[in-house]
Ligand binder design. Structure first.
Ligand SMILES: *Cc1c(COP(=O)(O)O)cnc(C)c1O
Length: 409
């Protein structure tokens, strides 16, 4: 039996390998930054185009210092979950600061945003209720919804007439929750939050936004998608991560109405049964929020770099998805082509990652890049030049890669 499982897993893995779908982990031997070292590439200086390090805070000296001081003052670990003896003043300070930053009533921390989304639905909803979810929502939302007994409805990405149909069909349910990512991570496009909120209001539904890719990045002071549309008071539940723009270490949160947050402290299983965050991490995250809140200059720089990269690639004939978010996906359609482009770019000391099924739809493979405010003008020009060369050297010149894939709006 044991041998059988081992053989099956080896076969399955071999199949992935032969289809070029095997994920290979690059080992980084420097701090995370726009320029890194990779173990496989020795001493070469590699331009990193795939970190969630939107504001360049991952190795910021202010955060490093705050974490050091936190370690000195609070020690290393809490060795407990929150409700036993794992609640430190640093946790409460960070929860209050997040509420203050996001203009919500209260906030609860989780080990990750994945955990936040995994715990939220089951704690709040049962078979009398309904969840209406966008088809491109993050895996953690899909799994979280699966864990609860509420009726499930799904609408095609940003299709507001399908959303309205689901709202009509679920109208008899006790509580109806519409769930969307603020920014969709594989396409870099934004949720149509104004219409979502209008429809939800009309049908008496609640709105939840997972703003992991938006917090720190978009909206006034980087307060995210609800703030961008001045809809903070229309969003009942806001989840997000500390693992992207806000320093990039780890941790997640649910923020919103105080009764919801208070109930999650009683019932959310990843909160009740998983260790609390390291206090030093909370101290560094407090410093990250201070920096992010006052980083309009960085956000302007980020927008300028993003705009140039998108324009440069479009001018070359590449299909670039999304509109203005620093997630810049170049759609190739074919998975093997995405892999070949990534290999070619790495030979030019540029790290990008190809994504294919099942992470994205079959036949919609892509290279997803992510711009950082810490990227220089030269960095961006180098990437554009590399893509130009790729048209010559990768499998012949094919400037219209992915042209036949339906456009995501
Ligand atoms: C990254 C991401 C998550 C997961 O966040 P972690 O804190 O890394 O678990 C959840 N939702 C969305 C939309 C994300 O982009």
């Amino acid at each position: 039996m044991r041998q059988q499982l081992r053989e099956r897993l080896r076969d399955d893995r071999d199949k992935l390998m032969s289809r070029k779908l095997l994920k290979v982990e690059q080992e980084i031997s420097s701090p995370q930054s726009t320029h890194i070292r990779l173990r496989a590439m020795g001493e070469r200086n590699i331009l990193n185009m795939c970190a969630n390090n939107y504001l360049g805070l991952a190795n910021h000296q202010v955060l490093v210092r705050a974490a050091h001081e936190g370690l000195e003052r609070h020690g290393f670990g809490m060795s407990s979950v929150r409700f036993i003896c794992g609640t430190h003043s640093a946790h409460r300070a960070l929860e209050r600061r997040l509420s203050d930053y996001l203009r919500t009533e209260d906030t609860i921390l989780f080990g990750s945003c994945f955990d936040a989304n995994a715990g939220l639905f089951e704690a709040l909803l049962d078979a009398k209720d309904a969840v209406i979810s966008d088809s491109l929502n993050h895996a953690s939302i899909i799994d979280g919804v699966r864990l609860c007994k509420a009726k499930r409805f799904r609408y095609t990405n940003n299709d507001m007439s399908e959303l309205e149909r689901a709202l009509r069909e679920s109208h008899h349910c006790r509580t109806v929750l519409v769930v969307t990512d603020g920014v969709f991570s594989m396409d870099g496009n934004a949720a149509n939050l104004p219409v979502i909120c209008d429809l939800a209001k009309h049908y008496g539904a609640l709105v939840m936004v997972d703003d992991s890719h938006a917090v720190g990045v978009i909206g006034p002071s980087g307060r995210g998608t609800p703030a961008r549309h001045a809809l903070e008071d229309q969003v009942d539940i806001l989840t997000g991560t500390l693992g992207k723009a806000l320093g990039g270490a780890s941790g997640g949160y649910v923020s919103g109405r105080s009764e919801i947050i208070a109930w999650l402290r009683q019932r959310a299983r990843p909160y009740l049964f998983s260790n609390s965050l390291m206090p030093a991490l909370c101290e560094a995250s407090l410093a990250a929020i201070d920096l992010a809140e006052n980083a309009d200059d960085l956000r302007q720089q980020l927008a300028a770099r993003t705009c140039r990269l998108r324009q440069g690639l479009s001018d070359l004939g590449f299909r670039v998805s999304g509109s203005d978010h620093p997630i810049v996906p170049v759609i190739t359609g074919d998975a093997a082509v995405a892999v070949q482009i990534a290999d070619f770019l790495l030979s030019l000391d540029i790290l990008v990652v190809p994504f294919s099924y099942p992470v994205v739809a079959e036949g919609a493979a892509r290279i997803r890049m992510q711009v950082s405010a810490a990227h220089s003008v030269e960095d961006i020009e180098r990437v554009i030049a590399a893509f130009r060369s790729a048209q010559t050297y990768v499998d012949g010149a094919r400037p219209a890669w992915g042209a036949d894939i339906p456009q995501i709006v």
